[in-house]
Design a protein around this ligand. Structure first.
Ligand code: SF4
Length: 220
């Protein structure tokens, strides 16, 4: 399928803000299996790149290579589309921040898509609730990060509508999971406010972000 060319140099430049003011890697690493920030541990969160993004990375840095089994001696599963590849870096100690993949920049968030196809705001990859400190501290997510995140995805969905479909599918999975747990979904809304969303009706209830649930081991 034809997909318009995206300028990943420009997209990287305009989606480069850290998620929080503090170095959140120092908050989660002490609790992780290998003592690494969880999203920088390719055995915990395998990075991926769009095919055009991978071309851009290959042209500009030798920091990344295609993910190989020998990169991580354990089983994993990763759902990616046919225009993405799994990649691995040289390690967080040698991180080249200007060449972080989009999957690194967005972590732990993804765009929440409603049943009627609106990009409501940010929500998070829920399987990382026990390992990502940011998820227990959503009140500390910087407004500029949220703006850059949404600007990136608005542009992406405009050019590559199939990507919006894949996040709509992920949002649907999240609704099913939260419904089964009788929980509501935290949303960092594009209007700047924070809400809990009913996975059944998608009704929003405003909440002070400081009052959102925290997860062990970050509950204190
Ligand atoms: S985003 Fe989450 S997992 Fe990644 S370094 Fe920050 S706290 Fe750790």
């Amino acid at each position: 399928m034809f997909r318009p060319a995206l300028d990943f140099h420009r997209l990287y430049t305009t989606f480069n803000n850290p998620v929080t003011e503090v170095d959140c890697g120092q908050k989660c690493a002490p609790f992780s299996t290998r003592g690494l920030p969880v999203c920088c541990d390719i055995c915990e969160a395998i990075p991926c790149a769009y095919d055009q993004e991978w071309q851009y990375l290959q042209t500009n840095t030798d920091h990344w290579h295609l993910w190989q089994e020998s990169d991580c001696q354990q089983e994993f599963s990763a759902e990616i589309s046919d225009y993405q590849v799994l990649i691995a870096c040289q390690g967080s100690a040698d991180c080249q921040r200007e060449y972080r993949s989009i999957s690194c920049r967005q972590f732990p968030f993804f765009p929440y898509i409603t049943r009627d196809s609106r990009t409501l705001g940010l929500t998070y990859f829920w399987e990382f609730e026990p390992s990502c400190w940011v998820i227990s501290n959503l009140h500390l997510v910087l407004p500029v990060f949220k703006l850059q995140f949404l600007s990136f995805y608005d542009q992406l969905f405009d050019q590559w509508p199939e990507e919006m479909e894949s996040y709509a599918y992920l949002s649907e999975n999240m609704r099913a999971y939260f419904l089964s747990k009788k929980r509501r979904i935290p949303i960092l809304h594009r209007n700047g406010k924070t809400y809990l969303l009913s996975p059944n009706s998608e009704r929003l209830q405003k909440i002070e972000p400081e009052k959102l649930q925290k997860f062990e081991p970050f509950a204190d």
